[in-house]
Design a protein around this ligand. Structure first.
Ligand code: HEC
Ligand code: HEC
Length: 427
């Protein structure tokens, strides 16, 4: 919900005071928030960027954006400046074409890519829900409930690490995981190939897009990834207009929020560059998602995910939360770390965080302002910020300025099955 001002804040501040004071006591109280760019969290984007083919490198250190100059707030230095999005990175083995993109659009809405033909990508990435599903934690494949919040697919094409914990390196690999994953599509690639082969209209589309008579699962992945690269892009936010020189594109409050974002509130330390993500992993010690305590199917999903990610039995049988990066590295220090998400398009993508625990931007700001959670293991970059109500409002206005027009597309008509011997005719 947009525009909640901190009306009730005097009360909320009293309630939060205990928590913040306890944290503040452990810190140097002479400075406003004790955040400096020398905190031990080096941005770690370059290796990932290098491995991503033609991914445009937005992580190189560059001079700071001049936006905070002339104010009394000192911006933090040394972070890639907030910037316009570069050209969409395209892997050399899957060049973009209009035919592929159109095919990918149809496939994105086709539930015959799932095992029981009941779920399409759009079931959980709904154009009317910011291309997420609007739920705290996502629905799942029939008979399951998902264990994470459904992310928007808008601007996914710019990440070099996809999913909340950054497990996969490309949209093609992501689509494979979404179609075959037991909590998402639960589809079998061979079955999907046979279904497609039974639809002459699809055969013609694959022929045009890839020059093949018989589509394979790999073609499906490439087409969907291409659709995401061409149509799932949002780069027309007021902030983008502001960056392009339109001073009036941001309200005075949003401009003040930008100064806070890059200074006192310290958001720039992790949300930077054109995507407003360092694509690094951090542990924020979020509040727990109650759905995992209250919904049996979510408990099943949680333990199952632990199991298939190779967590030892004595750990997964007790699973009560998402271990994030730990599943990939199995390192203790990576428990609970997640990839920093982009902040673009966020006006449409509530609820927020990997477990969807915050329903609006204002809740997110309150969380950061209070210095995150209680766990001493949480990122040292998350500390009490002591923002005034006005500053919180300004920061929220800035965050809202990162969203442009809603990305809406016409839902395509799906091809229909026809009987043999059509495949022979196509070959
Ligand atoms: C049952 C719901 C569901 C279905 C079906 C589904 N997704 Fe997702 N999607 C999710 C959830 C939940 C996440 C986050 C999962 C995670 O982090 O482990 C996600 C993440 C993603 C991401 C990563 C975004 C980012 O910021 O890293 C992309 C891209 C994506 N999905 C595309 C697709 C495509 C393409 C399909 C169809 C082939 C699809 N999804 C099908 C629920 C779903
Ligand atoms: C230590 C790095 C770090 C800092 C500093 C930081 N963030 Fe984040 N941010 C993250 C990570 C990591 C996540 C995802 C966490 C998760 O889901 O567990 C996140 C998530 C978010 C989200 C939710 C986005 C979504 O799509 O769900 C918003 C909004 C956000 N941050 C805003 C801010 C603001 C505003 C600030 C400054 C007050 C800030 N962040 C400071 C790392 C950071």
């Amino acid at each position: 919900m947009r525009g909640r001002h901190w009306f009730l804040f005097p009360l909320a501040a009293l309630l939060l005071a205990g928590c913040s004071r306890r944290k503040a006591d452990t810190q140097d109280s002479s400075v406003t928030p004790a955040i400096t760019a020398t905190d031990p969290q080096p941005p770690e984007t370059s290796s990932a960027a290098a491995s991503e083919g033609s991914r445009t490198d937005d992580s190189a250190p560059a001079p700071r954006a001049p936006t905070a100059a002339g104010t009394n707030q000192r911006p933090l230095h040394g972070f890639p400046p907030l910037a316009a999005l570069p050209d969409v990175p395209v892997p050399p083995d899957n060049p973009v074409s209009a035919a592929k993109s159109q095919l990918g659009r149809v496939l994105f809405f086709d539930n015959r890519l799932s095992g029981d033909v009941g779920t399409s990508c759009a079931s959980c990435h709904d154009p009317r829900q910011g291309w997420g599903d609007g739920q705290a934690v996502s629905r799942g494949y029939a008979g399951t409930q998902h264990w994470r919040n459904s992310q928007t697919t808008v601007n996914s094409a710019f990440y070099s690490k996809l999913f909340w914990a950054g497990e996969v390196p490309s949209l093609e690999a992501q689509a494979k995981s979404a179609i075959t994953g037991n909590l998402a599509g639960n589809g079998d690639p061979v079955m999907i190939e046979e279904r497609l082969a039974q639809m002459p209209e699809y055969l013609a589309m694959f022929k045009e897009a890839f020059g093949v008579d018989r589509p394979t699962f790999a073609h499906v992945l490439k087409a969907i990834a291409t659709f995401e690269r061409t149509d799932m892009i949002s780069r027309d936010s007021p902030f983008d207009q502001f960056l392009a020189g339109e001073e009036d594109a941001l309200s005075e409050d949003a401009k003040a929020g930008l100064v806070l974002f890059e200074g006192k509130a310290g958001c720039i330390q992790c949300h930077h560059g054109s995507l407003m993500s360092d694509e690094d992993y951090h542990y924020l010690d979020l509040p727990k998602q109650k759905a995992f305590e209250q919904d049996p199917l979510r408990q099943v999903a949680l333990r199952y995910q632990h199991y298939i990610r190779g967590v030892p039995e004595h750990v997964y049988r007790q699973a009560d939360g998402d271990l994030g990066l730990y599943y990939t590295t199995k390192k203790e220090e990576d428990r609970g770390k997640f990839r920093t998400p982009s902040l673009r398009y966020l006006e449409y993508t509530a609820p927020y965080m990997h477990n969807g625990v915050f329903f609006d931007v204002e809740d997110v700001i309150d969380f950061y302002d209070a210095g995150g959670g209680d766990d001493p293991r949480q990122s040292p970059l998350i500390r009490p910020l002591r923002l005034t109500d006005e500053e919180k409002f300004q920061l929220a206005e800035f965050l809202y300025s990162l969203s442009g027009k809603e990305v809406r597309i016409a839902v395509p008509r799906l091809p229909e099955y026809e009987v043999w011997p059509l495949l022979e005719a196509a070959e």
